[in-house]
Write a protein that binds this ligand. Structure first.
Ligand SMILES: [Zn+2]
Length: 309
């Protein structure tokens, strides 16, 4: 959806709210108290009332917007910007575009959207031929009072370790293969922040990312020594000039992600680095999809925010 279409469908707060309500209705409203699915709509209060136990459900309750005082239109604009463009946006830039006077709620909104993107992608699992590597991202550790969660402050430099896997299918058709510098085709990708490269940390993360029985190609890192029983794993030291042939995608994905974080977000707090990567991965996985905004809206409405922690 381009900017003109977006403005045509969602020109104001009323149209955004109405689209949000329609989406909730098509997902089905479920009573939090008794799980009943039949409700009256209380027009004045703008709430649903359970036909069985009279419990009231607000429009935003149970969605990504729960507890947010920001207008629906803000969420719609933010979701549009995050899905319609290849690059990311800083919270400062979105704040400027929305003309909002406070930074914090905008920053929180964007992180909630990125969390939802990550939860959506957790439903995918990579399969068949895959590449695997670890990457180190420059982040900062923000000294934050735990009671004042989500507030920003001064931080110290550190490196965040990220496990990266990409589907990477060998292009068998020589006529197609000749046209591409890379001899493998990129499929879906996954990036997960990990606390260390110890085998016992890395192995379960790989198992959550890649389907059992798949091919995994990596370098000779000993961190990947725990997967040989479950995968067809080829992991050996790769000479420098061979890397682009053996692992053509995983390094490209890592260096593009690093550039995005550095160019747009500058100083990423390590507590939130997974969220920024969620956005990057979500967009890359949907590079050939249409209707990304609508897909994200469905996801935002149907995930119960309370269960996200
Ligand atoms: Zn009920």
């Amino acid at each position: 959806m381009n900017l003109l279409d977006f403005n045509k469908y969602y020109p104001d707060e009323a149209s955004c709210k109405s689209a949000f309500k329609s989406q909730r209705l098509s997902e089905g409203v479920v009573c939090k108290k008794c799980n009943h699915t039949s409700h009256y709509w209380k027009k004045k209060k703008e709430q649903w009332e359970c036909k069985s136990c009279s419990y009231r459900t607000t429009l935003k309750s149970g969605t990504v917007m729960e507890n947010s005082k920001l207008p629906y239109q803000y969420w719609f604009v933010a979701m549009h910007l995050l899905t319609s463009t290849k690059k990311s946006f800083s919270a400062k830039e979105i704040q400027r575009q929305l003309g909002h006077n406070r930074y914090q709620p905008i920053w929180e909104m964007l992180h909630k959207i990125r969390s939802v993107m990550g939860l959506r992608d957790d439903k995918y699992i990579l399969r068949n031929e895959t590449e695997l590597d670890d990457g180190f991202f420059e982040t900062v550790s923000i000294n934050r009072n735990k009671k004042e969660a989500l507030k920003r402050g001064r931080g110290s430099q550190r490196q965040t370790t990220v496990l990266v896997s990409t589907e990477s299918e060998t292009i068998k058709d020589e006529s197609i293969s000749k046209k591409h510098s890379k001899k493998k085709r990129l499929g879906f990708i996954k990036m997960k922040v990990i606390t260390s490269l110890k085998i016992e940390i890395v192995t379960p993360v790989i198992k959550s990312m890649v389907e059992k029985g798949s091919v995994i190609v990596s370098d000779g890192s000993t961190s990947f020594n725990g997967i040989k029983d479950d995968y067809l794993h080829s992991g050996k030291v790769i000479p420098k000039k061979e890397i682009s042939k053996v692992l053509p995608w995983v390094h490209t994905v890592i260096s593009n992600a690093k550039r995005m974080l550095l160019d747009i977000h500058h100083r990423v707090d390590d507590d939130f680095s997974q969220n920024y990567l969620n956005e990057y991965v979500y967009k890359l996985n949907r590079r050939n999809f249409k209707c990304c905004f609508e897909r994200l809206l469905i996801t935002s409405v149907s995930y119960r925010w309370n269960s996200l922690g």
